[in-house]
Design a protein around this ligand. Structure first.
Ligand code: ADP
Ligand code: MG
Length: 375
């Protein structure tokens, strides 16, 4: 595809109206773009800041055509986009990201395969459909292990962990007849990191600082920058990302989640869009992952990335939100984001907070003073 230039004043269509769409829209707005969003939920996070909300199901082809007519360029904010719909946009020449990265990242088997093809290290894995196949797979993979639905999972949803052989029987009721699963060796990693980056339509890559991610119950809890990894690991991670992004011809912001063990970098998961572990870039960098994404899909040159020496981002889940909002006036030194979600659930991502500073010790002190770790 030739470089598609979209001018401020034109409309960016966003498929999906969650927090990522909302933060993309906010970044696009300050550059003067208009926003149309397709999402089935009334008053969804992105609709609250968009010019046009087409309220319909993601696989509604008529609604997709309406979005296409209303938009000069289209982007997606999540990977479970209907492929038919993505192809309609691609054929109309309006989807610089393309449908292919979606195809790969929405299916864990294809995602692993692309890493294998690129000779990048990954945890041992096997694809299974039946309980018998699972027990055979576990014989070679060993324990601990984790089983994940092949598609549709996020924030640890659709995952089943095997600490020991005793957990195997419980998988019988977890497994559904027509589902396919991936079983993976559970890696005892030293650190978990992610590389969020943006690739332009000309193939230029700009990297954000590598983030260290701390998960609780398989949901991202905290992102810390700089990550506690060596220069050697940073180099390996960026080389891996460059290979993967070329293979998929990535355009826009993209994230690769990785495990680091004994200086080795294992690919875990990829996201063809801005990523939760890149939210810190809003306050800690001169250009956020969202602004850089908008620049890429609109055919603007990427900005060189400069950043604060340190940042910490903590997710605000439903179970934290009310306490946090009530006490907000007592907290110092934190940036607060609320996604405007109406339906608050205990482990749903409702917002996030970010601290920036000269070093992580200083930030940890600020966090301690605020008594933020109450949860
Ligand atoms: P999703 O983010 O789609 O829910 P992930 O595969 O990224 O799925 O799993 C969520 C988290 O669970 C990971 O970030 C990591 O902390 C942990 N995890 C998943 N798979 C493994 C594994 N094979 N070894 C160690 N930890 C894992
Ligand atoms: Mg993940």
């Amino acid at each position: 595809m030739t470089n598609k230039f979209v001018k401020p004043g034109d409309t960016i269509g966003i498929l999906g109206g969650g927090q990522l769409g909302r933060m993309m829209a906010v970044a696009a707005k300050h550059m003067g773009y208009r926003i149309a969003v397709l999402d089935p939920t009334e008053d969804c996070p992105c609709a609250q800041v968009a010019d046009v909300h087409i309220q319909a199901a993601y696989d509604n082809v008529e609604a997709a055509e309406q979005l296409s007519d209303a938009s000069n360029v289209i982007t997606y904010e999540f990977e479970n986009v209907d492929l038919e719909v993505a192809r309609i946009f691609e054929e109309a020449g309006k989807l610089p990201q393309g449908a292919y990265p979606l195809e790969v990242t929405r299916n864990r088997a294809e995602e692993k395969q692309i890493a294998v093809d690129a000779s990048l290290p990954i945890a041992d894995y096997s694809i299974v459909q039946t309980f018998d196949q699972l027990t055979t797979a576990l014989e070679s993979i060993g324990f601990p292990a984790v089983m994940k639905t092949i598609s549709g999972g996020y924030d640890g949803k659709g995952q089943y962990k095997f600490e020991t052989e005793e957990d195997v029987d419980g998988a019988r009721s977890f497994m559904k007849d027509s589902e396919t699963y991936i079983v993976e060796q559970w890696l005892a990693f030293d650190v978990e990191i992610s590389q969020v980056f943006t690739r332009s339509q000309d193939g230029e890559i700009s990297y954000f600082p590598i983030a260290e991610n701390i998960h609780r119950q398989q949901i991202l809890h905290e992102t810390r920058v700089p990550a506690t990894v060596t220069e050697n690991v940073v180099k390996k991670a960026q080389q891996a990302v460059a290979v993967l992004s070329e293979k998929m011809n990535i355009v826009g912001t993209f994230a690769v989640e990785m495990f680091v063990k004994d200086e080795q970098v294992f690919i875990n998961e990829m996201a063809p869009r801005p990523h939760n572990s890149g939210h810190y870039t809003i306050e800690a960098c001169n250009v956020s992952q969202f602004e850089q994404h908008v620049r890429a899909i609109c055919g603007l040159p990427l900005l060189p990335v400069h950043s604060f020496p340190a940042a910490v981002m903590i997710n605000v889940l439903g179970k934290h939100r009310d306490i946090l909002l009530d006490r907000l006036a007592n907290y110092h030194g934190l940036h607060f984001h609320d996604y405007g979600k109406k339906d608050s659930r205990a482990i749903r991502k409702m917002g996030h907070i970010t601290f920036v500073g000269n070093n992580l010790e200083e930030i940890d002190e600020t966090i301690a003073k605020n008594n933020i770790h109450m949860w």
